[in-house]
Design a protein around this ligand. Structure first.
Ligand code: FAD
Length: 628
């Protein structure tokens, strides 16, 4: 009866049609028949089964890599079988980790339909609210109108907050310092080809936020991308990362992101998706102001009542406007250092937090394919083959047993780990200021470039900031800036990136020129990267890289090039907010969300945070009365 879920069904690479096929193949049907103890696989109707997850498992402990499936069985569709075979259905029983009975089909729609359902279901929701502030201040509100909300920043958190609020009936203005994706693409082109860094339209700033020109990995550490994890209730509906994923599909992401074990989009898929997202917001009546930077908050009686904005191309800051709002959502990402400074000027509570810094390593993709897949590496075919372009994830915890010097400055242990691994990608410049140099990685959906890059980063905390004499709420920002400036100097300017082969880094010697080729388009220069970070960070990197090579033999290679510097792995501070209302603990009417506020890391978690914040703000404005 109902729905059954079968997990851990494995199909060999030779039998499986390949990574892009998400249907029910003969090989999969064989495995299903085995688990169901049904004697003749070919008699099973494929339409009774739907693939809900497909992953590629190439762990070294396996005899050979394989595809691993999770499949749902709709028992009613098995009734087309001959009645004498029905017996096996009655024998179906749960088996731990393999077979699960799912009496209730979980709701898994996109956010737009869910908000509509919430609106229809919750009696208390008032799309039009009578708000009277009764204040005689400089911002007068009419007595009956929609609540006005400013969302600052059009990254994933700002977009999802805007979507929820606009769907629930708020009058939303989305304010973005950067350009719409079309112009942003031209600005990024000018950076990569002509070294022109537009301060307000680059790899960090502009429509879609920091993740637009990225690998578009949609995995999140806040839980699997499924309904069963992160299943919270809003008027009886489930929301969470699955809602974000469904919404991305609504706006044009390929459906395979809902099934793929390691979903990713790539820049070419993100750009049209963002355009569709924008058009939907505009149809809902959202005013979108690109090229408009929020410079300050307007505060009355310890309550934010609006923002001061200026044309982000106008360097003089003379031509500004004051705009009144009932609530301001701050979704500015972690590169808006001017905003942190501005918040401090209002005596807001900002708390430094741990993050990680390091170097980005780049290998030829073929090398990573052969390390991970051995004989199967030939089936990658630059992203067009049967198996996915190989990636890796490595982590090493170091303790005093590995050397006291590695865990100094009050740390009992440190970790070094790979971060934002981009298979078939390229290293890109994520600086927002020409005197600072920092990098990250991006790719296109096929992941077909010759290169595999990943950051190798070491966690740092306030003790590390103190040791360099950086104190106070912005100590982490100063710490980042210090290494970004050192990297810019080591590269010799003009966005040239300092590099060292991993073998030379381990031996602490300058690499001979010419250094191995790099995907980074603005040029690389041999430098001794030991001169970049304090010794304990360099030593932790060295020690961990040697360990990574044991796990991935060949990782230490003369062809592998370390690039400096990776500093913006997550926010260097948190802007404290109330758990339930999402409102800042120091300023009423201000809602800090997403990565820049220290509540998310990555595209999906930022989007989820924005979505919850949208509901919370709607609730505070009496637009919504469900549970969040
Ligand atoms: P952001 O995306 O940073 O958006 C903030 C927005 O606010 C920006 O558009 C900015 O222009 C705007 N803004 C800032 N200040 C102001 C102001 N004063 N006025 C108006 N607007 C302002 N994550 C993944 O999960 N997968 C990946 O593959 C991945 N790859 C990445 C690759 C690169 C090159 C980079 C840079 C990041 C990558 N990330 C990836 C991280 C991911 O992009 C971020 O975690 C995510 O975008 C954070 O979302 P957010 O909405 O909190 O902030």
């Amino acid at each position: 009866e109902g729905l059954w879920r079968l997990s851990k069904l494995s199909v060999s690479v030779h039998t499986d049609p390949g990574k892009d096929f998400l249907g029910v193949s003969d090989g999969l049907l064989q495995q299903i028949a085995k688990v169901l103890e049904f004697p003749v696989a070919s008699m099973l109707p494929p339409e009774a089964f739907s693939v809900v997850r497909k992953s590629f498992d190439a762990r070294k402990v396996l005899k050979e890599p394989k595809f691993v499936y999770t499949v749902d069985v709709d028992v009613s569709k098995l009734l087309s079988l001959e009645p004498r075979t029905w017996d096996f259905i009655s024998r179906l029983e749960p088996k731990v980790g393999l077979v699960e009975h799912m009496p209730h089909v979980r709701a898994s729609g996109d956010l737009i339909s869910i908000v509509q359902d919430c609106k229809n279901a919750s009696d208390g929701a008032l799309p039009l609210k009578n708000i009277s502030h009764g204040s005689e201040g400089s911002y007068k509100y009419p007595t009956i109108r929609k609540p006005k909300v400013a969302v600052v920043g059009s990254g994933p958190s700002g977009l999802f907050a805007s979507l929820v609020l606009a769907e629930l009936g708020a009058d939303v203005t989305l304010i973005e310092r950067g350009q719409a994706v079309e112009q942003r693409g031209r600005d990024i082109g000018a950076l990569v080809v002509r070294r022109i860094l537009e301060l307000e339209s680059n790899f960090c700033f502009g429509e879609g936020g920091a993740g637009t020109w990225s690998d578009g990995k949609l995995v999140t550490r806040i839980g699997r991308n499924s309904d069963s994890v992160l299943a919270d209730s809003v008027s009886g509906m489930t929301i969470g990362s699955a809602k974000v994923m469904n919404t991305l599909v609504h706006f044009g992401a390929p459906k395979n992101i809902l099934v793929n074990g390691k979903p990713h989009l790539g820049t070419d898929k993100l750009i049209p998706l963002l355009r569709n997202f924008r058009q939907h917001l505009q149809r809902l009546g959202v005013t979108i102001k690109f090229r408009t930077r929020v410079d300050d908050l307007l505060i009355e009686n310890a309550h934010v009542v609006g923002v001061k904005v200026s044309d982000s191309k106008d360097k003089s800051h003379q031509d500004f406007q004051k705009l009144g709002y009932d609530a301001v959502i701050l979704a500015v990402g972690h590169s808006a250092r001017d905003i942190y400074q501005m918040l401090l000027s209002h005596n807001m509570n900002l708390v430094p937090k741990d993050f990680a810094v390091g170097l980005r390593i780049e290998h030829p993709q073929e090398l990573i394919n052969s390390i991970q897949y051995s004989g199967l590496a030939s089936k990658v075919h630059n992203g067009r083959g049967k198996v996915p372009v190989a990636d890796y994830k490595v982590i090493k915890y170091v303790s005093s047993e590995d050397g006291d010097a590695l865990v100094n400055l009050g740390a009992t242990s440190r970790s070094c780990y790979s971060f934002c691994m981009c298979p078939g990608g390229q290293v890109v410049l994520t600086s927002t200021n020409p005197s600072e140099l920092c990098i990250n990685g991006m790719s296109f959906s096929r992941r077909s470039s010759k290169w595999a890059n990943a950051a190798l980063v070491v966690n740092v905390s306030t003790n590390d900031f103190d040791a360099l004499n950086f104190h106070g709420p912005l100590a982490g920002v100063e710490f980042q800036r210090e290494f970004e400036q050192r990297a810019a100097t080591m590269g010799g300017g003009n966005f040239v990136v300092p590099v060292q082969t991993v073998t030379d880094f381990l031996e602490n010697k300058l690499s001979a020129t010419p250094v191995p080729p790099s995907s980074y388009r603005l040029g690389v220069k041999a430098a001794n990267l030991h001169e970049l970070f304090p010794t304990h960070i360099t030593d932790t990197l060295k020690h961990s890289i040697s360990m990574f090579d044991k796990e991935l033999p060949g990782f230490i290679s003369k062809a592998a090039l370390l690039h400096g510097v990776e500093t913006r792995t997550s926010s260097p501070l948190q802007i404290p907010r109330c758990n339930d209302t999402y409102e800042s603990t120091s300023l009423k009417g201000l809602y800090p969300v997403g990565e820049g506020a220290g509540y998310a890391g990555g595209i999906v978690s930022a989007a989820v945070d924005g979505m919850y914040a949208g509901f919370a703000v709607a609730k505070n404005l009496d637009l919504f009365s469900g549970d969040i």
